[in-house]
Write a protein that binds this ligand. Structure first.
Ligand code: ATP
Ligand code: MG
Length: 311
């Protein structure tokens, strides 16, 4: 039998119930996980009334933006919702994790930003779910921060592309935009195109550094380019229950952001970090792992909360 507080890959229990909950035993937890893996259709996620466009942003590198984008997207898609991921990072990590071709020359978000093709022309179906589509990023995007500077309506190019009629072919309920670790024009395009911002925060020292700058940039975009924009979701990632620091960061973030922070916290997990190497999300790579369950819980929270401010 497994030790109560660790999963198959040594992850710490965080999402949903833990063995600390009174009356909740490890065997019950295992049983619940098994049920959810064997009967994914039992989990019904509400379809939003209107399309939710969420930008996943944090200019700090390696905090879990891409990992959260692809796993939340897969969580929603595997439960029947139509999801489109826009990979807006020249590193192309989201494209890799979703099993989507992103070699140089493949129709990508770069040509979309140039206005040469539509979103639906560049979107490829992910290997992870038939409801999941991804507009890949190729290395061609690397020069675009500079190229965009001289373009007309340079901050609104992604928004325009997402508003075009062709997108209706994909009929996405959710659009996730994975940003690069910078506050340049690509991230500004993502903030202008979205209504919601999801900020992943790593439960580590320095986690909150730079957050003020991000929030100020969001306010600037709100004030001048996209009044509807708001930070709807904070997601704590890479939580390691063995460290006091992780709890301190989590408490500080909750103190500052209150209800905006999801109850679910993503544990540090080897399975989560291994999955992209196989062109997969953790939800297909190891559906029963705690990492997979935590992203599923986070996806459910996002779906159940809805996307309206003050809702
Ligand atoms: P970048 O700023 O470079 O785009 P990012 O914010 O998108 O980075 P990710 O690429 O998602 O961050 O994650 C950074 C690294 O941490 C990756 O190697 C990823 O596999 C790993 N990682 C992310 N989340 C977890 C987790 N919960 N447990 C363990 N490893 C994780
Ligand atoms: Mg990334």
């Amino acid at each position: 039998m497994r030790f109560p507080s660790t999963g198959s890959d040594g992850e710490m229990a965080m999402s949903g119930f833990s063995s600390d909950d009174i009356g909740w035993t490890p065997i019950m937890e295992e049983a619940q996980r098994a049920t959810r893996v064997l009967h994914p259709e039992a989990l019904q996620l509400p379809r939003p009334d209107e399309r939710r466009i969420m930008t996943v942003a944090n200019q700090k590198g390696g905090v879990g933006k891409t990992t959260s984008t692809v796993n939340l997207a897969a969580g929603l898609a595997l439960h029947g919702l139509n999801v489109l991921v826009i990979d807006l990072d020249p590193q192309g990590n989201a494209s890799t994790a979703l099993g989507v071709d992103h070699r140089s020359g493949v129709p990508s978000v770069y040509e979309v930003l140039l206005g040469e093709i539509g979103v639906a022309d560049a979107a490829q179906q992910s290997t992870q779910s038939e409801n999941l589509w991804c507009v890949p990023a190729t290395i061609d995007l690397a020069g675009s921060e500079i190229e965009l500077v001289t373009m007309v309506a340079r901050e609104g190019r992604l928004k325009e592309a997402l508003n075009a009629e062709g997108v209706e072919r994909l009929a996405p309920d959710y659009v996730f935009i994975d940003c690069p670790p910078s506050l340049g024009l690509l991230t500004v395009n993502a903030l202008v195109a979205a209504r919601e911002v999801l900020i992943p925060i790593q439960c580590e020292y320095y986690a909150l550094e730079g957050l003020g700058q991000l929030l100020r940039n969001i306010e600037l975009v709100q004030a001048h380019l996209n009044p509807a924009l708001w930070v709807s979701t904070i997601l704590l990632t890479m939580y390691d229950g063995r460290t006091k620091l992780a709890d301190q960061v989590a408490a500080e973030v909750r103190g500052h952001f209150g209800e905006l922070a999801l109850r679910t916290v993503i544990p540090r997990s080897v399975k989560i970090s291994e999955a992209p190497g196989f062109g997969q999300t953790v939800l297909t790579y190891d559906p029963g792992s705690r990492g997979s369950m935590s992203y599923l819980d986070a996806a459910r929270e996002i779906a159940e909360r809805g996307g309206r401010k003050g809702a």
